[in-house]
Design a protein around this ligand. Structure first.
Ligand code: DGP
Length: 112
């Protein structure tokens, strides 16, 4: 499968890793939209939020267990935003489930 984030997880494409465990990989976004902008992905390929189901949702739980650890390590004591773009209307550009962590500054109120 020709998936950019699968290649990043395998190490075939370099990335700035901030966190990794058996299930989860996290790295800095190449085009940061906040002082801290990290992508958190499952190591198993899931295309988007739309593909989450009873068989794979435990991996999503692993991601959400990792997110507060990452936020703490990044010093995001003032808070942060977690976003997942799903599908064309949301401008999802990489078809591997990922959660953006954005923080390190006061973020805008608008999300859409
Ligand atoms: P989305 O638009 O929600 O599908 O977000 C995809 C993000 O992936 C976007 O913010 C930019 C980031 N991105 C794309 N290609 C690369 C890459 O090669 N390396 C890294 N670190 N981030 C990438």
């Amino acid at each position: 499968m020709d998936c950019l984030f699968c290649k990043i997880i395998k190490g075939d494409i370099p990335s700035s890793k901030v966190y990794e465990n058996e299930y989860v990989y996290a790295f800095r976004d190449i085009n940061p939209q906040a002082p801290v902008h990290i992508l958190v992905v499952p190591k198993v390929h899931i295309s988007s939020v739309d593909e989450i189901n009873a068989e794979n949702s435990a991996l999503v739980a692993k991601i959400f267990e990792a997110i507060p650890e990452i936020a703490k390590a990044e010093g995001l004591d003032g808070g942060y935003r977690v976003i997942s773009n799903c599908g064309a209307d949301a401008c999802q550009s990489v078809k591997h489930l990922h959660f953006h962590i954005l923080g390190g500054a006061q973020l805008g109120e608008r999300m859409g």
